[in-house]
Design a protein around this ligand. Structure first.
Ligand SMILES: C[S@@+](CC[C@H](N)C(=O)[O-])C[C@H]1O[C@@H](n2cnc3c(N)ncnc32)[C@H](O)[C@@H]1O
Length: 291
């Protein structure tokens, strides 16, 4: 789920496994809130009505599908169909479980966003990729072209990317301070998405007729204290560069965590809540594009 760029076997003994459960605890309600604002923009452009066919691409454990269902009445929800596509079976297992518990009108499909042969052209009335495009290779161009191909003419797709992420700078400071010079920057490929014009260019490249991009603030309310948050962050993302984890990461684990905690406290997006919990502010670019 954490999209590592290396398959080196070494993992520091302190690192928590990057499971969907850890992802859930790490992002708290942040991804759900991002999905909600993105679906709201999509539905304002093309209302979700009965008989709609919706795609939740890179659905993960279901933040986008939950937002789809939350955006419509019970009557409409019983008359729409959602396909949740993801490449990660563990995430889809949770998606399926929630689908049956919540009664979502959804089907989980194991597949690659870059090649969605299971869908014919012009299938969907709404297409969503939330917290998704910036984890894909090739600037997400093949996947966004597949979104375009599978969308009905005149229908809308919604995509988002981050303009500001409060926890990226703390992770990078910790990595630079505890690792050798020249070590790859953590999530270096994400920087290009900070400028909304990069997302716009991808949408135009895919062939969409029109599009608009707005900025939205998104808040995450963590359920754990800052130290556990820092531990989860370093565990989930610290080893994802092309150089993976290195042996010294184990010896310098506590040092890295102290740096992440100190830097998080300094960021504009950080606020301490009662009970040692945190509120983190993110800023997203939200795009709606019409085929
Ligand atoms: C950051 S998560 C976001 C998940 C979900 N959309 C959400 O908002 O919580 C990115 C998701 O993209 C999925 N993913 C990455 N590469 C993919 C690919 N090539 N095809 C389909 N899914 C992919 C990952 O497995 C992961 O579930």
């Amino acid at each position: 789920m954490n999209n590592p760029e290396s398959n080196k076997p070494f993992v520091p003994k302190q690192a928590l496994a990057p499971t969907p459960q850890l992802y859930h605890q790490l992002v708290a309600d942040g991804m759900e809130n991002l999905a909600k604002v993105t679906v709201a923009e999509l539905a304002s452009e093309r209302p979700i009505v009965g008989a709609s066919h919706l795609l939740d691409l890179g659905c993960g454990t279901g933040a986008g599908t939950s937002a789809f269902v939350g955006a419509v009445s019970k009557e409409v929800a019983s008359d729409i169909g959602i396909k949740g596509v993801d490449i990660n079976q563990a995430a889809l297992d949770i998606y399926k479980k929630t689908t049956s518990e919540q009664g979502w009108p959804a089907e989980a499909i194991l597949g690659d966003a870059n090649k969605m042969d299971m869908f014919t052209d012009d299938t969907f009335t709404h297409s969503l990729a939330t917290a998704m495009v910036f984890v894909l290779p090739d600037n997400a161009d093949p996947a966004i072209k597949e979104m375009y191909r599978t969308l009905k003419p005149g229908s809308a797709a919604a995509l988002n990317s981050w303009a500001y992420v409060p926890n990226m700078h703390p992770l990078r400071v910790a990595s630079r301070a505890t690792r050798p010079a020249g070590f790859p920057e953590i999530r270096g490929a994400m920087d290009q998405w900070e400028d909304g014009s990069f997302l716009q260019a991808r949408i135009e490249e895919a062939g969409f007729k029109t599009h608009r991009v707005v900025q939205r603030e998104v808040f995450a309310h963590t359920t754990t204290d800052i130290y556990h948050q820092a531990n989860m962050l370093w565990s989930f993302i610290g080893g994802t560069t092309a150089s993976g984890w290195i042996e010294s990461d184990e010896e310098r684990w506590d040092e890295a965590i102290e740096i992440i905690v100190a830097e998080l406290r300094k960021t504009d997006g950080y606020q301490k809540l009662e009970g040692d919990k945190l509120r983190l502010k993110f800023v997203a670019h939200v795009a709606v594009a019409i085929k």
